[in-house]
Design a protein around this ligand. Structure first.
Ligand code: NZQ
Ligand code: ZN
Length: 389
């Protein structure tokens, strides 16, 4: 286990009667608010009107950036930064899923930069200052509500990159599970895969020897998703299911379960290429990749870790030889993604063929190798993409 410092500065209001505090929280940071949201779901679910009531009751002035895309674009971030500069915005309010929150995080930094926000995302220019960010989460998935990263797409050069900086973390997040009742079965499923994948990528399959506590906690979160994802799909307004998924989303990526670990976000690196080239839903890409990646890296050294997932979470018999148990674990994980959650299982089902795999594999490896419990070279990544066809 590595030495580590753990700090998370996001204050969380969790539950169905918490939104009344939003005016007070925003007021701490100023009076000019930029409300950021996506394609309109917040209006359909009545959240927009409710928020306006609370905000206006406090005499705050609201400006808007709407239309944030799933896989948010750097051009939208630039628009938001322009509004911040022109209107002297004091505080950002992001209302939506990971895409909206990520866009808002990038806006918070770009508001202090007189150039294209893409310079900040690529690291060409360092982040110096950020505007304070308040979040109302409407989709359990990314953990962006309680982490310090954002992921922005540049469709002009087919890049989707993450920017991580402690200053990007939301000051306050409102997590009301009832705001996720309207998330459809497909997005619910994709969100649940994303939560599991954060734990696979940043903790469970990249862990350091000796960090058993983290492994055990990951397994409890996996079991929570396995139990409640189908319930939320069958009964979208089941409060307990939505609440468990929402809090699991935050804990999978708020730093607690990935500290002290050499992180190896291997499926995320491979998936971000898929969304950059084909604009697919992040969680769907992860679902298609993860079982193929596990099958590809399965050998005597990786079998114990892979089999432990099945034994602890999918009723695989602990007495089986590790290789057999690992194979069964992968099969049950696939069944969970593709049968229980009903997600498409192949890239070809999404109209994706192999013509860009070679360049995508090189990009995913960032010019070198992808670290993981088994390091991957571009030729390995390309082979994994082919297994997904
Ligand atoms: O745009 P609107 O109209 O709001 O509709 C959204 C969108 O179409 C809809 N939706 C959200 N809440 C809803 C709802 N529909 C009905 N009822 C509600 N309550 O769902 C669709 C998807 O939303 P989006 O925000 O794109 O989904 P998600 O939360 O999965 O975010 C995905 C983005 O986050 C990035 C992904 O790469 C992707 O760009 N990630 C961010 C991370 C981070 N910041 O730490 C880590 C992740 O690994 C991930 O890479
Ligand atoms: Zn993710």
């Amino acid at each position: 286990m590595k030495d580590f410092v753990f700090q998370n500065n996001t204050k969380v209001y969790f539950g169905k009667n918490q939104l009344q505090h939003i005016g007070d929280e925003l007021k701490r940071y100023g009076s000019r608010v930029l409300l950021i949201y996506g394609g309109g779901s917040i209006k359909k679910i009545g959240l927009y009107d409710k928020l306006m009531e609370y905000i206006k009751a406090e005499g705050l002035q609201v400006f808007e950036l709407s239309g944030v895309e799933p896989n948010p674009r750097h051009t939208t971030v630039n628009k938001g930064a322009d509004i911040c500069k022109k209107e002297q915005i004091d505080v950002l309010l992001a209302v939506g899923g990971g895409s909206t929150i990520d866009c808002a995080k990038a806006v918070s930094a770009a508001a202090f930069y007189d150039g294209d926000c893409w310079d900040l995302v690529t690291g060409k220019t360092p982040v110096t200052m950020t505007l304070p960010l308040v979040v109302v989460l409407t989709l359990a998935a990314t953990g962006s509500e309680m982490d310090t990263g954002c992921v922005i797409s540049n469709m002009d050069d087919r890049s989707k990159l993450g920017l991580i900086n402690p200053q990007l973390g939301p000051k306050v997040s409102f997590l009301d599970p009832t705001n996720t009742f309207t998330v459809n079965a497909y997005q619910t499923a994709c969100g649940c895969v994303d939560i599991m994948s954060h734990l696979f990528d940043l903790s469970y399959f990249s862990r350091q020897p000796g960090f058993d506590m983290i492994d055990r906690m990951c397994e409890e979160l996996f079991k929570t998703i396995i139990k409640y994802a189908p319930v939320a799909i069958q009964e979208p307004d089941n409060y307990d299911a939505r609440a468990n998924l929402m809090w699991a989303s935050s804990w999978a990526l708020n730093g607690f379960l990935s500290t002290g670990i050499v992180q190896a976000p291997v499926c995320h690196a491979m998936e971000h290429e898929l969304s950059a080239w084909y604009d697919i839903t992040h969680g769907l890409g992860l679902a298609i990749l993860t079982p193929r990646w596990l099958s590809y890296i399965l050998d005597d050294t990786t079998a114990p870790a892979i089999s432990r997932l099945g034994v602890s979470c999918f009723d695989v018999d602990a007495k089986l030889p590790p290789m057999d148990a690992a194979r069964l674990s992968i099969e049950r994980l696939s069944d969970f993604f593709f049968k229980t959650l009903g997600l498409k299982s192949r890239l070809s089902d999404l109209g994706i063929d192999d013509k860009n795999f070679s360049i995508m594999a090189k990009n995913a490896c960032g010019g070198g190798e992808l670290e993981s419990i088994r390091p991957l070279r571009p030729t390995d990544v390309e082979a994994i993409y082919r297994l997904c066809l």
